[in-house]
Design a protein around this ligand. Sequence first.
Ligand SMILES: [Zn+2]
Length: 142
Amino acid sequence: MSDNLSKMLPGDRIKITTDTCTVGFWDKAKEHKLTACQCASCGRFRMPPRPFCPDCQSKEINWPELPGTATVYSFAVCHKSPFSGEELLYIPAVLDIDGAPGARLTSNLVGFDPDQVEIGMKVKVDWYSITEDWVLPVFVPA
Ligand SMILES: [Zn+2]
């Protein structure tokens, strides 16, 4: 049974790079807190983070702590590692993040039977340590 559940990609092959407008997200992830880029002037969320708010052009950013739950917007079931080509069941997904209307996060669904995954289902964040002390948010059954 557990062999049929979706896995995480190998952490040693994932490389995270940051810049001034994304580092806030990854710093919060190290604290196991899910956040999203929010305009500090008008409140609009934007993901992926960008330097300017598309509504008011402000450069000021908030990183509010969010509930850590999300809704599946889209997903794909993959059967081979993108790194080695070996058999690996993993599910990349685009998620609507609770508490951050309009913000979507691309992540992975871990611990799912692929036949049970549906658009609109609720998931919750979990944390996966990878190389160089980075922590990656993944999503597990809610
Ligand atoms: Zn704004």
